[in-house]
Write a protein that binds this ligand. Structure first.
Ligand code: 0GY
Length: 291
């Protein structure tokens, strides 16, 4: 498969917003290097190589202390690149893996020791083939004893069909990117209200308020149309939100964001120091660094 990536921005701007001390970039990836950690044969896209050292360099440049590295579909259920980054992070990175039903308890324990604290279920049709719900439910019950949570990625129009599955998962559930709302629709319209109701009725469901660059139609560098959606979730559920850069922004076809400008998006959605501390420090520490 030919590569189909845009290169990530090698020279992001220095953010004007200074993140609070101890801040966590709670959604980012490492890719390859492919020569060492090949991409999965079933992948739907091929990203650029994006190494752990480049990620840790960006972390320091933007002023963050820690990373949560999320397994992306292009590496399938081969979590070696992720685990390699975790074990070389000096305890400053935790991970979310993807596993299938053949994973052994010994594999799960060894990933846990490396710093994995969750598993990800991806429902975005352009990214993955269908996995039966009973297989996912079986995986969720296998990881529960480790205290792991489940990260779910889906698009807003699919929430009604996924509702019953999400609300019966026996763990904390973290939704990527607010369930990908259509931000051309009203922030208080039925589609986003359904997502707000999901979080309100199920306090074990958290949300990442990340990825304005993926959701925006108004575009960079300010992504104005995403602000009301993310701000609403941060203000309504201040103890159940996370944020991440999404570096190196796989699968972005329209433009490659400036990570410094993404950091400058933060004070527009978390408008007080208290909300900023919860979003960037307290919440991710509670979920990923309890030990
Ligand atoms: C993201 C978003 C995307 C990709 C993946 O696992 C993945 O491949 O999550 C996307 O294409 O929207 O969060 O990285």
């Amino acid at each position: 498969m030919d590569p189909d990536w845009l290169p990530f921005n090698p020279n992001p701007s220095k953010p004007a917003f200074k993140v609070p001390s101890g801040a966590v970039d709670a959604h980012c990836h490492v890719f390859g290097p492919a020569a060492q950690f090949p991409f999965a044969s079933e992948r739907k896209y091929t990203p650029c190589d994006a190494s752990k050292d480049q990620l840790f360099g960006l972390r320091d440049f933007l002023g963050f202390e820690r990373n949560v590295i999320v397994q992306a579909t292009c590496h399938g259920t081969d979590n070696r690149a992720l685990v390699d980054a975790l074990v070389h992070s000096e305890g400053r990175a935790r991970g979310v893996a993807s596993v299938d039903r053949n994973v052994t308890d010994a594999d799960l324990r060894s990933m846990h020791e490396a710093g994995v604290r969750g598993t990800r279920f991806n429902f975005v049709r352009r990214l993955v083939d269908f996995t039966p719900r009973e297989v996912l439910a079986e995986i969720a019950s296998r990881i529960a004893p480790l205290g792991w949570h489940v990260v779910v990625y889906f698009e807003a129009q699919d929430l009604p069909e996924l509702w019953d599955f999400f609300t019966t998962l026996p763990a904390t559930v973290v939704v990527d990117h607010m369930g990908r709302p259509d931000v051309t629709k009203p922030v208080d319209g039925p589609e986003f209200e359904l997502f707000v109701r999901l979080m309100r009725e199920h306090p074990n469901i958290w949300s990442k308020v990340s990825c304005p660059e993926r959701l925006s139609k108004s575009g960079p560098p300010t992504y104005d149309d995403v602000v009301p959606f993310a701000k609403r979730i941060v203000e309504t559920f201040p103890n159940h939100v996370l944020w991440g850069t999404d570096w190196p922004h796989p699968n972005m076809k329209s433009h490659m964001p400036d990570d410094g400008k993404l950091v400058d998006f933060l004070p527009r959605i978390a408008t007080t120091p208290e909300l900023q501390r919860k979003l960037l420090v307290d919440n991710p520490m509670r979920l990923y660094w309890t030990d």
